[in-house]
Ligand binder design. Sequence first.
Ligand SMILES: Cc1ncc(COP(=O)(O)O)c(C=O)c1O
Length: 368
Amino acid sequence: MEELPEGLQFRMESPVGPRMRIDGREVSYFSGTSYHTLHGHPVVIDAAIKALQAFGLGSGTHAAISVYEEAEAAVCAHFRCEKAISVASGYLSMMTLLSALRDDYDIIFADERCHFSVKDALICSQKPVVLFRHRDPGDLSDQMARHLGEGQVPHVVTDGVFSSTGALAPLDRYAHLLKSYSYGMLCVDDSHGVGVLGATGRGTLEHFGVEGENAHSAGTLSKAFGGFGGIIPASKVLAKKIAATGAIAGASFVPIPAAAGAAAGLRLFMKDQTILQALRGNVEQMRKGFRSLGLSVPETPVPIFTIQADVDLRRVNKALRDANIIVKYMKAGGYADAPPVETLRVAVFSSHSHGQIDELVSVLRKHL
Ligand SMILES: Cc1ncc(COP(=O)(O)O)c(C=O)c1O
């Protein structure tokens, strides 16, 4: 077997898709975060190529370029916001947001298993930080009561969808708790929620019906929308605060083909209502299949499934590989939110066929 760079489990040899080429074989691909496989969509690839030919890889300075304006317009149209802030990567979205809002809150209360990018953003915020137990509104309530002084403003920070387990943060409960504190705010790293959750795919805030001026999401174009780069849907007021941080003026814009690809991906997503419907249908089919194997699966529309079982999961992963099916093996505690036991992470896409899902479940049935 070929030696791969540290931390990587396979070599991709084609654009991402429900069927693709990995390690020299045609496989069914159930891994990663391209939930609609838009990164590999011919329209996205074509848009990126045309923009690359027209404007080059990057501008080498800050200048108005139609590609960026089209990407911003697409994000504004999708999120129904006044401004769409683009940052160099999703990793920087929360950092930018927390710094921009620095004067508006006193203490951050953050989920203890939030993503690496959120943990780094907490440090950069230079504000007091209290961690609360993973997805636990009761502990959040206790911590807020214990730490907040008279008139102090809390800021609750969490992932919307936790990336390795697919667990959802109970944002409705958090928003309810924040009602007791005037001006309390909620910021969500929604990298895995945008384009996936909510009736129109605006993400976890939409899913829980908690959108509003005190709730913000830090997102990415690098996953469901098939592009690359961080996004913060913003009001004009928030956009001004972000501009004052230097995060925009002090960094190069995302590469031109990436912005063009993201705009094309978003437009495809917005135009075609069947994409989200197909994802919901596939999540439902996968959930039924996994439950038929005796696995416990929560009743949510999140397309990330975790397999925990009393068997050697490396062996199960190998058996799936032998059947040309790719999922992700996660070692115990091997990622920001990963549980302390080994798991398999399975992602289902809107573009998977029912036959592919059935096949995955039937191979798992033989080996779990
Ligand atoms: C929860 C979460 N936040 C942020 C990021 C970073 O996003 P990007 O890959 O767009 O930089 C990731 C991706 O790996 C993530 O899973």
